[in-house]
Design a protein around this ligand. Sequence first.
Ligand code: PLP
Length: 249
Amino acid sequence: MNDTLRERWERLRERVDDACRAARRDPGEVTVLPVSKTFGPDVIQQTAEDLGWRRFGENKVQEIRDKAMALEETGPEIDWVMIGHLQTNKAGVVARLATEVQSLDRPKLAAALDRNLRAQGRTLDVLVQVKTSDEPSKYGLDPEQLLPFLEVLAGYPTLRVRGLMTLAINTSEADAVRGCFRRLRQLRDAAAAHGHDLPRLSMGMSGDFPLAIAEGATEVRIGTAIFGARPYPDSYYWPEASDGRGGTP
Ligand SMILES: *Cc1c(COP(=O)(O)O)cnc(C)c1O
């Protein structure tokens, strides 16, 4: 395989382990979700074969559909994890092709996923995406809505709520970034006090994962640090990206 990719992966995993140790955490507690957006099915097939990966994060339904189709015949079985903003009218495709959604952020979407999952006799693991910064372009549930939303989700047996997800504010100020991650952990703890068991915290990306690990991330979503720079500017495929990540189209 591409040696650079394997080297990048090994270096990244070392940095994740270092961040765990610095936070006095067991490295076995933190998994890495490879984010393969904009990279083609060939890259996914290679990494699946050479590194044994099965789970890949994508932020566009269209990309999941295209890649799943390309790998359908000869490719490995892939668990697609939706991490990007999800339009309600695309819930059917996600219900059919994904194994997990980390960007569940509103009741209408939950209802649409449930309806489609029932029709297909499937279930999904879900994380609730919470907005932990005041950046206007960010998707995610308002933190005040978390408890009522969790009550709504309890009525949908097709959706297995496993935890919370967030995107930190896009700034070079570490304190502000870390504050977002801390907020997500505190929201998780507050929900636990109300009887909601949310073991997973998906937070941290290539540029900020050590801060997320310090605040209790159980999963970091890593694209660039593994796959290299993406072929398109972020604004092209990531509408929720705020200015520093490419602007909102
Ligand atoms: C692209 C993306 C990531 C990974 O970003 P990198 O900075 O390339 O590691 C993480 N989370 C979401 C929601 C993304 O869209």
